[in-house]
Design a protein around this ligand. Structure first.
Ligand SMILES: *Cc1c(COP(=O)(O)O)cnc(C)c1O
Length: 219
């Protein structure tokens, strides 16, 4: 069974994003689709860039570094869990780091001026996936501002086995709490191939969509 070609998959997702935005009473222009290209080739990324994609997401260093070097004019989002000892290297090429979730990582990024999102753990009982508890959003945000970071908003992955709409409600609460200390933190990075419609309904500004556009990953 072969899947449709890349331009068709991209066009279909763009249409679905626009439809979901209109259904939610939102302007599709207020939503950025980041295409997550982890494990995908540089050739595929170039093809996407030729189709007008400007924002790419990667989750592993140094794979992300090499891809960003190959397409320096694209906007690169680091969306994976980040080890403290790699943080400064990642900040050199990532335009935005989505996965800042603990004080040690804020310290490690201190002084780089990096644009960051505070990653929130929406599962609560699954510390392996990364993310800070909802109630920690303001203290991490304050710490990040004090470290000279550009605090843009929140990011999360919806947990398995729960209605994503409910999980994204908690993300909205975290976003509100963060904005109490960082009023400019307007981004909500949420929504993947399986739940971007619910994320759009919840107010997501940045979707992170991989396989629905790229097809399956081959790790
Ligand atoms: C891989 C990944 C995505 C994209 O997932 P798909 O289900 O392929 O759309 C989004 N966000 C993060 C953090 C990821 O690691």
């Amino acid at each position: 069974m072969s899947s449709p070609p890349l331009p068709d998959r991209l066009a279909a997702v763009r249409q679905q994003v626009a439809d979901a935005a209109r259904e939610a009473g939102r302007d599709p222009a207020g939503i950025t689709t980041i295409v997550v290209t982890k494990f995908q080739s540089i050739e595929l990324i170039r093809e996407l860039a030729d189709l007008g994609v400007s924002d790419f997401g990667e989750s592993r260093h140094p794979e992300a570094r090499d891809k960003a070097a190959a397409l320096p004019h694209a906007t690169w989002h680091f969306v994976g869990s980040l080890q403290t000892n790699k943080a400064r290297q990642v900040a050199r090429y990532a335009d935005v780091v989505h996965s800042v979730d603990r004080p040690g990582l804020v310290d490690a990024l201190g002084g780089t001026g990096a644009a960051v999102l505070i990653q929130i753990d929406l599962a609560g009982d699954d510390p392996g996936r990364g993310g800070a508890p909802v109630e920690d959003a303001p203290v991490l945000g304050e710490q990040a501002l004090a470290a000279g970071l550009d605090v843009r908003g929140v990011m999360a992955v919806a947990p398995l086995g729960e209605d994503p709409a409910r999980a994204f409600d908690r993300l909205n609460r975290a976003a509100e709490r963060l904005r109490a200390v960082a009023p400019g933190a307007s981004w909500m990075s949420a929504g993947m191939s399986g739940d971007f419609r619910q994320a759009i309904a919840a107010g997501a500004t940045h979707l992170r969509i991989g396989s629905a556009i790229t097809g399956p990953r081959r790790p």
